[in-house]
Design a protein. Structure first.
Length: 243
């Protein structure tokens, strides 16, 4: 009679080849998957490197006075610039002004670009600075210090007014509270300094990290953190009575 230990060994011997083959097959598939992932990562890196090289070549040509190269740069980034401007100032007509002024500054200061960062980061910084200047001018105008409610004949409508009304006639009190809420939030945002408001919106509306915001504004992450703290504190103080 075969000892139990030897019987177990025999069983292991019978199943070991199958288990080893399955393990090898799993390992082979894992290696193939890893290989494909690495290959895709290499391709992505190569594509990004080609894009950067093309971008730098266009910048150098534009710096040398090639007008067509500068126009190509504008076409490459025009949508991103317009989208960023619109996100920062929320008014299409103002965003178009910022778009034009930003590219004008780029054209005048292109010779100052030293390739120490990506061209887009440098461009983004210019756009945010132009937007900051615009917000400072806008907040200095009296008509922008507080939203103007819509009158019976039609007039200025804020964000909350433009939202679809749900049974407003059946619940006029709720509709009035919604308008008051919109006015309070708009007033609270208008009490922030332009830089505080921009940092707050870039963080909470655009989802950017503090370091990225610092890079875009040309300042340190700590300075951005302090601006965000001040903005949040002011908003809490202004909206503390809301329920």
């Amino acid at each position: 009679m075969v000892p139990a230990g030897r019987a177990d060994t025999g069983t292991d011997g019978i199943h070991a080849p199958g288990s080893s083959g399955a393990d090898q097959d799993v390992t082979r598939r894992a290696i193939n998957t890893m290989g494909m992932s690495v290959a895709l990562d290499i391709e992505a890196r190569q594509a990004a490197a080609v894009k950067v090289a093309e971008e730098q070549a266009l910048v150098r040509k534009a710096q040398a006075g090639d007008r067509l190269a500068f126009e190509a740069l504008v076409r490459r980034f025009d949508r991103e610039v317009l989208r960023l401007a619109l996100n920062l100032v929320h008014r299409p007509e103002d965003a178009r002004d910022i778009y034009q002024e930003s590219f004008l500054r780029v054209y005048k200061n292109l010779h100052r670009f030293r390739f120490e960062c990506s061209f887009y980061t440098w461009l983004y910084r210019i756009v945010t600075n132009v937007a900051l200047d615009h917000l400072r001018r806008r907040t200095s105008r009296r008509e922008d210090q507080a939203p103007v409610p819509e009158d019976a004949e039609g007039g200025t409508r804020d964000f909350f007014d433009r939202q679809p009304e749900q049974r407003a006639a059946a619940n006029p009190e709720r509709n009035l509270l919604g308008q008051e809420l919109g006015e309070q939030i708009a007033c609270a945002l208008n009490r922030l300094s332009p830089r505080e408001r921009m940092v707050f919106e870039m963080k909470h509306y655009q989802g950017l990290k503090l370091r990225a915001i610092g890079d875009m504004l040309g300042t340190s992450e700590e300075t951005v953190k302090n601006s965000l703290f001040r903005a949040t504190r002011k908003l809490r103080a202004s909206l503390g009575g809301m329920r």
